[in-house]
Design a protein around this ligand. Structure first.
Ligand code: PDD
Length: 286
């Protein structure tokens, strides 16, 4: 029989409640670790190659040795064993276990852990009504392209947003440039042109972001990977978040001010529908 919630830890598949790491794990002590959140739709991973490529890039940047093909095999086996159709897979690779010392010890064996859990999607009404957001200064580090588990600024912002009934924040730099949310990328529509921050060290190169750009190009929607500023936000015809969890979620209000018509806009809806078609198409092609 399938076991829906399941963990993997350093070579073993086991119930999540039984998986534990030593207290000297550098992931726990320093957040010296990387992660990925990957979606499984109808039993198939969405863009697993892209997630693993992003992890590999981050690992190279922090000199963390990882074996991508082994990780891929682990994830496929974890999803298979769970028997889940729609699921979330969480993968984390830490530097490994050693007595606490900031200097990275040589030749550590990384800790590899993963979990699979059933997906609880956002309610359909959330997509109908759209989401609210707040503007906040971006207080994170300068290598946001590395998907590290050191997420204190992100969890504080996300919690602040949630307490105010918002999905997330719009982070801005000291010069007003909008970067991304605390768990998602941000797109805007200005004069019919879809705009989003270019990839680079200031944002995470979201897998959903990339897929939405593919959809926009396919639909012939003009796209510019050029940031917009907080001053431009009130003039946005549409705004939306993208991430593995929400896919494409319209933003209808920022700091209490309506965006566009105060409802998810037409391009947002078209792109979300196109994204779901892309997911189905890629799953068939697998
Ligand atoms: N967050 N930006 C940040 C800071 C993120 O943490 C994420 C993902 C994204 C979107 O990336 P993707 O489209 O690959 O999910 C952008 C995941 C879901 C998380 O931390 O749970």
């Amino acid at each position: 029989m399938a076991v829906p919630e399941l963990a993997y830890l350093n070579g073993r598949f086991l119930p999540i409640s039984e998986a534990a790491v030593p207290i000297d794990d550098r992931g726990l002590l320093f957040g010296d670790s990387l992660y990925e959140v990957i979606r499984v739709y109808a039993g198939k991973f969405f863009r697993l190659d892209a997630h693993l490529a992003r992890l590999e890039q981050g690992a190279r940047a922090i000199e963390l040795p990882i074996a991508v093909e082994e990780l891929r095999a682990v994830l496929l086996e974890l999803a298979r064993r769970s028997g889940l159709g729609d699921a979330f897979v969480y993968l984390q690779v830490t530097r490994g276990v050693a007595p606490r010392n900031h200097v990275i010890p040589p030749d550590l064996e990384p800790t590899v852990l993963a979990t699979v859990r059933p997906l609880v999607p956002l309610p359909a009404e959330q997509y109908e009504q759209g989401a609210r957001a707040i503007l906040r200064p971006d207080i994170r580090w300068g290598r946001r392209d590395i998907k590290a588990t050191t997420l204190l600024p992100n969890i504080l912002r996300k919690t602040e947003a949630a307490r105010l009934g918002c999905y997330d924040v719009l982070h801005y730099e000291p010069d007003g440039t909008i970067t991304e949310g605390s768990t998602c990328n941000i797109f805007g529509v200005f004069n019919g042109v879809l705009r989003t921050h270019p990839t680079g060290p200031r944002i995470l190169a979201g897998i959903t972001r990339g897929a939405v750009l593919d959809c926009a190009r396919e639909l012939g929607i003009p796209v510019e990977e050029r940031p917009f500023t907080r001053e431009e936000v009130p003039a946005a015809e549409e705004l939306f978040f993208t991430d593995t969890y929400c896919e494409v979620l319209g933003i209808v209000e920022v700091d209490g001010q309506p965006i566009g018509q105060g409802r998810p806009g037409p391009l947002t809806r078209r792109l979300h529908a196109a994204f779901r078609r892309l997911v189905a198409r890629e799953a068939r092609a697998d």
